[in-house]
Structure formats: C-alpha cells, structure tokens
Design a protein around this ligand. Sequence first.
Ligand SMILES: [Zn+2]
Length: 422
Amino acid sequence: MKKMFYIALLAITIVACKNQKPTVQGYQGQGKSAIVSTLSKPVQKQWKGIWSFENETVFFSNDFESGRLNGITYDGNNHYTALITAENTPVNVSPWYAFKVWSNTTKTITLKMTYQDSRSRYYPKLSTDGINFIPLDSANFTGINKGTGNFGIKAVPEMIEIKLNIGTAPIFITAQELYGSTRVKKWIDSLVTKDFISTYEIGKSKEQRAMNLMQVGTGVHKKAVMVISRQHPPEVTGFLAMKSFIETLSGDSPKAQKFRENYELFVVPLMNPDGVDNGHWRHNMGGIDLNRDWQDFNQPETKSVRDFLVKKESEGYEFVFGADFHSTWDDIYYPIDTTITGDKGKIVFDWINNITKRLPQKHTNVKPSTEIKPTMVSRNYFFANHNMPAIVFELGDNTPRDFLKEKGKVAAEELMDLLDSN
Ligand SMILES: [Zn+2]
C-alpha cells in the first residue's frame, strides 16, 4: 500500500507543477485558436495494474484499454479516494477516468473522485461487461464543492463521492462508454463484411497503433466525403454520432445506394488511438492536442491523414464535404462562414438547416468561424488546402444516446439528399 501511496503522491507532485485555469470552451462561439507549438512534449505514462486493500479483499484495476486511475488510497471505514490526473499539462478540462473495482465479499464502499486541478465533468457510468453502460443511480452520487450556474465546467462539482455495491464480479466505473481501439476495429470489421467497404492502414501512431481508414465505395468515383473522429479521446458522444452517420451512409436504403453510385466515403474513426487506449484527457502520446497540428504536422496521426488527402487529390479525387466529430458541453455546429467559403460552403449551412428542421433542438447553436488561417484545426485545413466544405460537428457530453444515434442518421440522410440535388 505504501508503494501505491507514493505513486499517487508522485503523480500529484508532477502534475501539480503546472496549473491551468478552467475555461469554458466552445459555447460562446469557437474563436480563433491560440497559436501553439505542436512539437512533442513529455507525457507521463500511467502506472497500470491492480491495487489491493483490506488484506487483499478489495481491488481496483486500471489495467485495460482506455483505463485511467492514477492512484487510490484507503481512508478507512470502506472509504476510498481516487486520483485522476492528466497525461501532461496544460490540458483541457476533460478528466477522463475508467477503472474496475471488485471485492471478495459483497459490500458497500464510498469512493471520492478527485481530478487534480480540474472538476468533475463526466457523470460516472457503470458496466459489468465493458460494453453496456448505465449512468450511476443519482441516489449514490454526491457532488463536493458544487459548481455555480448551470452550464460548463464551473457548473459541475469540484469532486464527487459515489456509493458502490461491490462483489466478486468487477464493475467498470467510467467517464463515458468504452470505445478503445479494439472495439472500434471490431466495428470497422463488422462493416467490412459488405463488399463495397474496405479498410486499410494509412499510417501508425507514435506507439505504432494502426491509423485505420475505412473506404465505403468501389473506388471508381472521384467525388468524395471525408470523415474523422476522436482526435480527443474522451469525446465518445461525437464518436457515437459519427458511427450512426457512417452506418447510415453504408446502409441498404435506396438513398444510400444512390449515394454510393456517385460518391466515395473515407473515414478515420479513431484519429488518436494512443490517447484513447492510454485513457488520455486530450492529447496524443506526443503530448499534443492533435486538433492544433493541421498547420505544422509535427505529429504522425495528423501527418498520415494529410498524406492520404494529398495522395487522393493527386489521383483526381474532389472532396465535396468533410466532417470532424467532437464532443463538448452541448450540441453545436462549427461551420466556416460563407464570407470565406462562398457558394461552395453553402451546402454546410443547408445541411444544418435541414437537420434542424427534422430534429428541432432548443438551441440550434450554429457558430460559424470567420478566420481559418493558420489552419491548425482539421476543418480549416480541409477547406484551405483541399477546398473541402467542412464542419466541426460537436455533440453534448450528456446528449441522450438514442438522440445521438438519430442525429447521426438524420445528418447522413440530409447530406445524401443535398449531394444528390447538387
Ligand atoms: Zn474535441
């Protein structure tokens, strides 16, 4: 136990050296991103294994794909404190966590979750199989140092205390549903059973994980749609909408069949496999926010997509639409203003309007950007370098999962209609 304590202490000491004030990102309109260097920085690799307590009767583990638990202490009386820290700092306020807990005997424990200088952004989800998740019963949830207001990081508690009934079967406690590289690859492989879908590697991440690309179409058409997601590991809701979007475009409907008669679809579902599998809050193994690297391309993940696009363009492809799926505090669309994109960019706004007509939401939340250089973010690079009308499609952390699925489907149907009428 002493050893665990020192590991936890070491983690706190290392990450406490740099302090970042929480800021609300996104909702006020996506302003110009600050220009930051994307040269690699050190990342603290997480200790992985099993912690045991109470004469080896209670166990915690972070030793699985996307796991994150940086330290845990026993405070007596069935009370534990978990330390969740980031891969490096400064970092966005998106404290990802994922761990398992079990016990030789059935008991109730209380677990305090702490997040270094961050706050409790993600409401805990529970699972017994790592596949199906349900939110923790609110009766077992207590916020500590509750936030102020009703939106964004300031509104959530600084820490939380959760009550768990544990037994011999491990329970997963996670920030969002688990979609690590293995599960994502399984999803890709399930689609590749269709004869018009193929998959191949376009590069490797820093830790040599595959950058998997999925191609929907037969390769005879030179008009194409580009989709990416998961530059930021915890943004699972964006991934889930993307998944439904791709499944619809790959589906058997007459609309989808017609779409594939004229267009190719290229998808990189997991832009940051190292960050996802290491349970990072935001960065890749180079310690960098990949969505700031679309100008200088210092990181292998962004480089592989750039090289892919350049190659496809040299083969005569014209990219007619691009989408980059993310998650934030609410559902938001970030297109590029038509003062920059002109007629070409109108399809993005027509698409947003058509989705909104079918799925009215209280806030439409459309925030066009008027500056795109230096490119830095994928959407700007897509337009500036490949003349591709593009959007950052943000889904809320807490958007109901059924709605995410429906939104992905409707977004795909409306895109197919617009491309068909063009
Ligand atoms: Zn993001």
